[in-house]
Design a binder for this molecule. Structure first.
Ligand SMILES: [Zn+2]
Length: 431
């Protein structure tokens, strides 16, 4: 039977080829789970390699000489000659607060003049200042400011973003922040996972009032989290479990409610002291425990046993002049380590995860391969995205970086230099 004469012709098939890659960091050999110990240093490096992209997905990885067979029968083939340079997965920033209003540049100067972060916070600055400024913005204004930051972050290599709320601390603003975060994923082409961090700080209206803490936690558990889930706005829930924020008991209450509602769990833990957050994250089997500046052997063992990823945020240590988390001890204990920017308006507004990767080497004593796994596969695994991003293998999303150098170690050696020559997101060249 012949087709009718006016049948539409089939769309031509297309492929994008990255050829002549000097160092291809695939991270492809090893488990889907986040990797700890020696496995964290395995980059799956291939020399003289090529990658074929079809329909936004990596369809083939092999030697440059094998491209012909890989694209046989494809109608249109677009070839990028990488000229011996490095290709690696797009970076996964698994801890950001990038949706916020206003700025805290004045506070930066106070801190540089010697004022302490906790003292600024206690006097109504810090997070509470960002809450006032964020509550004052409508959704479109908040979106514009956030998109500007997110695109700058992508220009420095980040293609997947975890984004937390937590500058609303009331129902309306928490929802608005999360809607903006979703919009960055749905409308602006970024890959986004969202986290409700309503329990970031006690809001000003509940401070000093009798029963204020309980009333706020009641609102988080009974109103904010259920509304967030009903609107499908969050993948995870996070709590700032530390001195001056929420106790382990208060944090446990919020996280158990979140788990009951079907959210994954993350915890801001052990940033200001050994204050119980890491053990709580392990107890609840959280996907990630973040900061971890103060951590003992028992806490490392608990994270390892729970399969919780240790997420280090060395940019915050740099900006606040605090100690660095001991990444070496975590690696030696076998705990999978991720590294993220913590991009936020107060304690660390650094946007470049590529720069923070270098700080993880200089400050937290990771090796360059370990740090690369920390900002790709391990970060993706902590977000439940290990099957989508963070590695270069057939079936993974084509989120890739081409560097302007032939040695990946330059990301650390020449930290801060403009080494990101091209960014591909979902197979499209966006930078
Ligand atoms: Zn944070």
């Amino acid at each position: 039977m012949s087709a009718p004469a006016n049948a539409p012709s089939k769309a031509p098939s297309k492929a994008i080829v990255l050829s002549e890659i000097g160092q291809l960091l695939t991270l492809a050999e090893g488990p889907d789970a986040a990797r700890g110990g020696a496995a964290q240093g395995e980059l799956g490096l291939r020399e003289g390699a090529a990658v074929v992209i079809r329909d936004g997905t990596i369809s083939w990885v092999g030697p440059s000489g094998g491209i012909g067979d890989a694209v046989a029968g494809v109608d249109e083939v677009e070839v990028h000659d990488c000229r011996g340079k490095v290709v690696l997965p797009g970076l996964v920033d698994s801890h950001t607060h990038l949706v916020w209003g206003g700025d805290r540049r004045d506070e930066l100067e106070l801190r540089l003049g010697g004022a302490d972060y906790e003292a600024i916070f206690a006097s109504g600055g810090g997070i509470l200042s960002s809450v006032r400024q964020t509550r004052a913005l409508g959704e479109d204004e908040l979106h514009r400011a956030s998109l500007r930051r997110a695109l700058r972050m992508r220009a420095t290599g980040t293609t997947t973003f975890e984004i937390k709320s937590g500058y609303g601390l009331d129902l309306e603003t928490e929802l608005r922040q999360l809607r903006v975060a979703r919009r960055l994923g749905d409308a602006d082409g970024l890959r986004v996972r969202t986290t409700c961090l309503a329990a970031h700080a006690l809001p000003a209206e509940d401070r000093g009032a009798e029963g204020g803490r309980e009333r706020f936690l009641d609102r988080v558990c009974a109103e904010i989290l259920p509304a967030v889930v009903a609107e499908g706005l969050a993948d995870f829930c996070d709590v700032f479990c530390d001195r001056g924020a929420f106790t382990p008991e208060e944090s446990r209450r919020v996280l158990l409610r979140a788990r009951e509602l079907g959210l994954g769990l993350r915890v801001h833990a052990n940033e200001l002291g050994s204050t119980g957050g890491a053990l709580l994250a392990a107890e609840l089997g959280a996907a990630s425990a973040d900061h971890l500046l103060y951590l003992g052997d028992d806490e490392r063992q608990a994270l390892l046993a729970a399969g919780t990823v240790a997420t280090l945020l060395p940019g915050t240590s740099l900006v606040l002049g605090k100690p660095y988390a001991d990444g070496r001890a975590l690696i030696e204990a076998g705990v999978p380590v991720a590294v993220a920017s913590d991009c936020n308006p107060g304690s660390c507004a650094l946007e470049s995860l590529a720069l923070v990767l270098a700080l993880a080497c200089y400050g937290c004593r990771l090796s360059p391969p370990e740090a690369i796994c920390a900002v790709t596969h391990n970060a993706a695994a902590s977000l439940g995205l290990a099957g989508d991003v963070g590695r270069i293998a057939p079936g993974m999303a084509a989120d890739l970086l081409l560097l302007a150098t032939d040695d990946y170690r330059d990301l650390v050696y020449h930290a801060g230099s403009p080494l990101i020559a091209a960014v591909f997101q979902g197979g499209a060249r966006v930078v």
